[in-house]
Structure formats: C-alpha cells, structure tokens
Design a protein around this ligand. Structure first.
Ligand SMILES: [Zn+2]
Length: 224
C-alpha cells in the first residue's frame, strides 16, 4: 500500500492499527551506459513495495536525491552534501513522527558509505519517532554472484533485469575494473564499476528474494 495514494482519513485509520512506515531512499546518479539514473530509487521502491505487501506496512514516497561522490562529474548525477542529506532526512523522519507514525524503516538502494552514514545519523538524531536504516548492502550474495558487486554491476543489473527489464539496455553494458585512486574509485569511461555482462534476470530474482526475506525477518523481529 502506498502512503501517497491515501487520504488523510485513511492514514488516520491505518495509524489506529499500526505505526510503521517504509521510506525508500534512492539517488540520481549515473549507472553506466545501460541503466537509468533512477536505478537506486527503482530498486529501493521495489524492495519496499514487496516488503510492504508481505508485512502490511505502508510505503512512503521515495527520497530521490542522495550523496554520491564517486559518480560526481558524470552527466546526470545530481547529489546533495552529506550534512544537507542528514538534516533533510532528519526532518522528514520527524515529520512522520509529527504525523502520528511511531517507527520509520529506511531502505536505501544507494550504498556509498557516506550516504548510508548520513541516513544512520539522521535516524539517530530524529526526535519523536523511532527510525532505523535497514541496510541490505550487509547481506551476502556471493553464492549468487560471479563477480565483485559495486556499481551498475552484475548485482544491480541483475536486479533491474528482474524488476524493470524495459529500463535495461543490455547491449550497451560494459565491464569495467574496480580500482581505487587516493580516497575514491578510479573513474571509468562508462561509469560502471564491476561486471554487468554477467547479469541475468534469474540472478536478479534470487537477489531480490533474499533482500526481501531478510528485511522481512528484521522487520518482524522489531515489530513482533
Ligand atoms: Zn546503484
């Protein structure tokens, strides 16, 4: 169920029964030649919808702009700074509290460390509401994948082939080396970091199922 599609009276009814909401967070960020800028948000929304379907928890509208320093400088990547993201999210979380929600589960489809830290800090700082990042980048997929996952890689491309095949231009996928330079990743020509040509719909389905069932377990642990 989508929060944004309800009237305030319907939300009021929901809040008499339960107090949780799922908040997807994405990024507006290049994902190589073969995936759209919306990839992280698309994945976060799909995970939240399926998790919402299984647990009965409402899904809030996605927060699109995140912190994505590694892909800065590619056309289309639009980011906000760490502290702006933290403060914005803190106020969004407090807004849920003010509106009567008691617990917000944040699900991010974007995994840069600083981005995730900003979310965790916002969750910690938010007053009047319990908030927590359900960080699915901590889940192990190494038995499904044949290459190291990082960005626009085998994992993300597989997920998109399963969730939104119409958005994937597989013939443009280009494998690129994951290498570090100074504090960050060494820039690649296509903006891929990883091996998207190894992606498949089947792998995407298995990764998606693992994410959702693991997050469902975390949510049930916390809500009883
Ligand atoms: Zn991504």
């Amino acid at each position: 169920m989508e929060l944004a599609g309800l009237s305030w009276k319907e939300v009021e009814e929901y809040l008499k029964r339960r107090g949780e909401v799922l908040l997807p967070v994405g990024s507006v960020e290049e994902h190589g030649y073969h995936l759209p800028l919306s990839t992280d948000g698309d994945i976060a929304v799909a995970v939240c919808r399926e998790l919402g379907r299984r647990t009965g928890i409402l899904v809030a509208p996605v927060v699109w702009y995140g912190y994505s320093r590694s892909t800065r400088g590619y056309s289309g990547t639009v980011m906000v700074g760490r502290s702006a993201l933290r403060e914005y999210l803190r106020e969004v979380l407090e807004g849920f509290g003010e509106s009567g929600f008691r617990r917000v589960f944040v699900v991010s489809g974007h995994f840069s460390n600083d981005h995730l830290r900003a979310i965790e800090e916002a969750a910690l700082l938010a007053g009047g509401v319990e908030a927590e990042l359900l960080d699915f980048s901590r889940i192990d997929f190494s038995d499904i994948l044949e290459s190291e996952p990082l960005h626009a890689c085998e994992a993300e491309t597989s997920l998109m082939l399963f969730l939104h095949p119409e958005k994937v231009r597989m013939h443009l996928a280009k494998d690129e080396e994951i290498a570090y330079e100074g504090e960050g990743l060494r820039r690649t020509e296509s903006g891929v970091f990883g091996t998207p040509t190894l992606a498949s719909r089947e792998k995407g389905e298995r990764i998606f199922e693992r994410i959702v069932s693991e997050l469902e377990r975390w949510v049930v642990e916390r809500t009883g």
